[in-house]
Write a new protein. Sequence first.
Length: 255
Amino acid sequence: MPWNPEVYNKFKAERFAPFYDLLTLLKVRQDLQVIDLGCGTGELSRKLADYLPNANVLGIDASAEMLQGAVEFEAEGLNFEQRSIEQQLKEDSRWDLVFSNAALQWLQNHETLIPSVIGMLKPGGQLLVQIPSNHDHFTHETIRNLAAQEPYCSALNGWTRISPVLNIESYAKILFDLGGSEITVFEKVYPHVLKDAAALADWVSGTALIPYLEKLPEELKKTFTGHYQMQLYQRFRESPVFYPFKRTLMAAVFG
């Protein structure tokens, strides 16, 4: 099941807020060579490029669907390419700034992933990363619990997605052990107020549900989504719904 930019962008303001917090940690310099890992629709890559004087920014994303609209944000010094982060890590290119907003949570083994991402930096380069850390919330636990029930468990061959996201102390230690300076790592709760449980289901359908729907056979996708929505409706009967969303932000300079 491909990413759907229309569903993802329903909550654009809420999803963009951490990006602006990440920008406050950015060391602005002239003529930076920048890569945006997991750039999505490219809209935030454009904001990043506009923020940096005379920078050259490359946004990469594995999703052709998300990149379809990126063409409208292309500009001098800003380009987009369809490529996975894993593919990019195999390249020899080095960057003054490696930027990633809400993308690395989809990759496993952060104990080795983060060092590999840091390895993309030039001496004196900066790492800026934001990742959701809301995997222990009811919205995410319910998906895992539902996937462990039949008929979904058999259809998924017992698979559930275990979040690779570490605690903030672990990220700080990785950055320190690799020679980082000016280290900042913190977790922040973004308080989202959604209309009702249906809006909450829409939010989750744009991200956390996707890996399960990709693996389920076509005839079970609708019922899985329906069962998930029903559990959200039973839990969140109020209107509006308060959704405290946790995210981890980190920054460091290397070399």
